[in-house]
Design a binder for this molecule. Structure first.
Ligand SMILES: [Zn+2]
Length: 446
């Protein structure tokens, strides 16, 4: 390291009891006093949201020379839609530790005609976070996590995964020159997702169980100091995922949509979106922040089930007291097939803080949503289908008002899930009996 950036500038703080520890020295990622997760905290005294906005807007304008980012390496930092917001994400990290693959500048697009009709009368937008180096939103957090791991001198990193985390961890570890191990549930990860860590040179171990079994093993290895985690129990990832909110705010002229809808698996994205909005408020952002709609499938809905049981006037304390992990069922939304989300306490905190809500969607409806998006030209993952299906239900019930602006976080590229999408559509393939032009013309009625 050139100079320390932890200590009083950036530190880890227990989400329950406030215990503090050093960001660069922590290896077990559970509070020694109460066992809870950590948040990353920064000393942002003296930061003004107004000043930061003008800096972020200048960087987004791609005039790298005008913001001192014209030389090769700094230009790469300027291109990242995560590091554009460095002053809110990891302000004191020296630039020479940054590990980036150019992630984060994802499209924010209005929903197409078919999806608008299917969802109902809201002002609907998609942030396409599958358009990143490894094809999922995980890269937003991966670039930050791996940069801090590099600064901390970590040599080996590891994670449990339903697919997307392993792809991210393996890609960013190889970019950082760090060894990577991934632990996956056997037969529950798509071939495309399995190919990614292998291509990036990670050690791949499969367990004959669920993701929750893999996560338990990783947690035990981490808590005994034998493995440095790439899962979101390592809260540096959460810092990077906050870019979702900053990108949306910037896109809409530093306003946020009424609602942000997203799938909830292990809970990192929901935690980050809520944390980013609270941070904006703390730094003087005056407008309304978004309410969060957290979305799960019927097969894996531990948080949505307990949310629904809360009734009116929900509180984090009551929700935590009735929350129970569940045994997961089968779903095409395999990346969120998680019965005991590692970040469940943070999800509860952020849904409550944003005056948000949770729901779950049946398998048929989430698959239908993927098909509807496809008709508009967007190939989204089944987890995005879960978010869209829950949004449709919320609009139909009047829980989301007509005319509200809604951004749906599309978390991964549909190309990672071609098996589930193609299996449903195979019957629509028309086999011709020979290779003659006239045979094809006849089929087409030409
Ligand atoms: Zn604690």
């Amino acid at each position: 390291m050139d100079k320390p950036f932890s200590g009083n500038q950036t530190w880890l703080e227990c989400i329950a009891c406030g215990y503090r520890t050093d960001l660069l020295k922590e290896r077990k990622f559970a509070c020694p006093d109460c066992g809870n997760l950590y948040d990353v905290e920064h000393d942002l005294s003296g930061s003004s949201f107004g000043d930061l906005i003008s800096l972020f807007d200048r960087r987004a304008g791609c005039s790298f020379a005008s913001v001192g980012l014209s030389d090769g390496r700094k230009s790469l930092l300027g291109q990242s839609g995560v590091w554009r917001f460095k002053e809110l994400i990891m302000p004191y990290l020296p630039d020479n530790h940054i590990v980036t693959l150019g992630e984060g500048n994802v499209p924010i697009v209005p929903a197409g005609r078919h999806l608008r009709e299917w969802i109902g009368p809201v002002d609907l937008w998609l942030i396409l976070e599958g358009m990143t180096p490894t094809g999922s939103f995980k890269d937003f957090g991966g670039t930050v996590m791996m940069s801090v791991a590099k600064a901390a001198g970590i040599k080996t990193i590891g994670c449990a995964s339903t697919g997307d985390t392993s792809a991210m961890a393996a890609a960013y570890a190889s970019a950082a020159g760090i060894d990577c191990t991934v632990i996956l549930p056997e037969g529950k990860v798509t071939p495309a997702q399995l190919a990614q860590p292998l291509v990036h040179g990670a050690k791949v171990i499969t367990l004959p169980g669920t993701f929750d079994d893999c996560m338990r093993v990783v947690k035990e290895l981490v808590n005994t100091g034998r493995l440095f985690p790439a899962n979101s129990i390592n809260p540096t990832r959460i810092e990077g995922h906050q870019a979702t909110v900053f990108l949306l705010a910037q896109f809409f002229g530093w306003e946020l949509p009424d609602w942000i809808a997203l799938p909830v698996g292990n809970g990192s994205n929901c935690s980050s979106v809520g944390k980013a909005m609270r941070l904006m408020k703390e730094l003087g952002y005056k407008r309304d922040t978004s309410r969060i709609l957290g979305c799960q499938s019927t097969a894996a809905r531990p948080l949505a089930t307990s949310w629904r049981a809360l009734g009116s006037a929900p509180t984090a304390q009551r929700w935590s007291s009735i929350y129970l992990p569940m045994d997961v069922g089968e779903t095409t939304a395999t990346a969120a097939r998680i019965g005991n989300p590692a970040s469940y306490r943070k999800v509860i905190r952020e849904i409550i803080a944003s005056n948000g809500m949770m729901d779950y969607a049946p398998e048929e409806l989430l698959n239908e949503a993927v098909g509807v998006c496809g008709r508009d030209g967007f190939f989204v993952c089944p987890q995005t289908g879960t978010a869209l299906a829950c949004l449709k239900q919320a609009v139909a019930r009047g829980e989301i008002e007509h005319g509200a602006s809604v951004a749906v976080v599309s978390t991964a590229n549909g190309l990672k899930f071609t098996e589930s999408a193609a299996a449903k559509l195979m019957k629509e393939i028309i086999p011709a009996r020979d290779c003659q032009t006239e045979t094809v013309a006849k089929i087409l009625g030409l």
